[in-house]
Design a protein around this ligand. Structure first.
Ligand SMILES: Cc1cc2nc3c(=O)[nH]c(=O)nc-3n(C[C@H](O)[C@H](O)[C@H](O)COP(=O)(O)OP(=O)(O)OC[C@H]3O[C@@H](n4cnc5c(N)ncnc54)[C@H](O)[C@@H]3O)c2cc1C
Length: 396
């Protein structure tokens, strides 16, 4: 696709309006078949490309919309109210894009690649997981092997969302074959640089449209495709905050979809007895309150992050324990809360929510929301928080 975006196309209001339209007109009608067939949400991704939403996070100087993290979270939460898998694909793409946008600007190759993302609306996937590292993203077994300005990188990943549909994958690896497991870099592997061999299936409870089986990656490319700097920094300053905040926003979107259905159900009951509030109304008011609390959590974290990254003197704060704890708490809270809210919505709707073929069906939302606590295990994150709290004393 070769398309020039105008300033109007790239205004946040236009992008949000496009996300709302795509959610309603494309993602929602396709969501049941994406879920049932565990297929990639092709139609939604085509619509996102067509609207230029895949370059929302590219800075304006490279032709993108320069959307902040708060704005990207709004886009993801909007799409999640129609299809959790589509929103997860968009969020994971934005996370990878942010790593390039925030850490690749010193590289001619990555400056050019950002312009290519705008022009071609490339989709980026992620390969942090690896057979043998057990869900620990800050450790790699595979290594980048460099010679004569070229690299070779082979990785056996346990889970690789939509890798078979992406234009490029950002892969974590040890810096070189002598580097310790925690000395990692991020490498941009384009479709034409690699072969992917699927090693496992993706027949899951939820998030079925993310198409995330295991893959063996074999790749080779030019040295310039290694993102400058340490992954330790891009992880702490960008990948972790973007992941936890964008994921939280889309889990909220899934819960909001369920609560919206519950609200419609209660209003339907009210219409049958005008002038009365149905008994389910009390449950509805409680779940709406909790939904609002959840929204505050990711919105305030996104606002704090956007303020920190526009202030050079605040860069250190992104590495501070207080901020790491806040992000861990956000991730654990929101991933725990989302399925609880869907569960409460189900109690309100009753059997019509339990049925798969009813307009009030909540099965997909329930199953999708269960992935949150596993997607980087909450226990693993809680263990890291516990270790920090042995040193960090400011628990307020
Ligand atoms: C929808 C979805 C999409 C994904 N997409 C991608 C992707 O695109 N790319 C990618 O690389 N990965 C992806 N992942 C993988 C993800 O990032 C994690 O690597 C994976 O979910 C962790 O798998 P695990 O549960 O086997 O690992 P672990 O984290 O090892 O957890 C296994 C078990 O050990 C427990 N445990 C672990 N550590 C501790 C601890 N310290 N204390 C107590 N208990 C502990 C956990 O609670 C769990 O019960 C995706 C996962 C999901 C659900």
């Amino acid at each position: 696709m070769h398309r020039q975006w105008t300033r109007e196309d790239q205004s946040f209001d236009a992008m949000l309006a496009a996300a709302r339209r795509i959610a309603t007109e494309v993602a929602a009608p396709q969501a049941a078949s994406v879920d049932a067939q565990a297929r990639f949400p092709t139609e939604t991704l085509a619509a996102l490309r067509e609207a230029g939403l895949l370059s929302a996070g590219v800075p304006r100087e490279f032709g993108g919309a320069g959307c902040t993290l708060s704005q990207q979270a709004q886009l993801c939460s909007t799409l999640a109210q129609a299809c959790g898998s589509s929103a997860m694909v968009l969020a994971m793409h934005y996370i990878q894009l942010a790593c390039i946008a925030r850490h690749g600007q010193g590289s001619e190759f990555f400056r050019g690649y950002m312009q290519d993302i705008v022009q071609h609306q490339y989709l980026l996937a992620s390969m942090t997981s690896e057979v043998g590292t057990f869900g620990e993203t800050r450790m790699s077994i595979c290594a980048v092997e460099r010679e004569g300005g070229r690299f070779v990188l082979n990785k056996d990943a346990t889970t690789g969302s939509y890798c078979a549909h992406a234009d490029a994958i950002l892969v974590t690896a040890r810096r070189d074959k002598d580097a310790p497991s925690g000395d990692q870099v991020l490498v941009l592997v384009r479709r034409e640089d690699c072969t992917l061999t699927q090693t496992t299936s993706w027949d899951t409870l939820g998030m079925r449209g993310t198409c995330s089986p295991g893959f063996k990656l074999e790749s080779a490319g030019a040295d310039e495709q290694v993102l400058p700097g340490d992954y330790a920094d891009s992880s702490a300053e960008t990948m972790v905050p973007y992941s936890h905040i964008l994921w939280a926003s889309l889990w909220w979107g899934i819960a909001a979809d369920a609560v919206g259905k519950a609200a419609n159900f209660v209003r339907g009951q009210a219409r049958q007895k005008p002038g009365t509030v149905p008994p389910t109304g009390a449950r509805l008011s409680e779940v709406v309150r909790q939904l609002q609390d959840m929204k505050q959590l990711w919105q305030s974290a996104a606002t704090a992050y956007d303020a920190m990254v526009t202030d050079d003197s605040a860069r250190e704060e992104l590495h501070a324990m207080g901020w790491a704890l806040r992000l861990n708490n956000l991730k654990i809270s929101c991933s725990d809360t989302a399925p609880q809210l869907v569960h409460k919505a189900l109690q309100i709707v009753g059997i019509l929510g339990y049925k798969n073929d009813s307009p009030f069906s909540l099965g997909r939302q329930y199953r999708d929301s269960l992935s949150g606590s596993l997607m980087i295990s909450n226990d693993r994150i809680a263990a890291k928080s516990a270790a920090m709290l042995m040193i960090y004393k400011d628990v307020n």
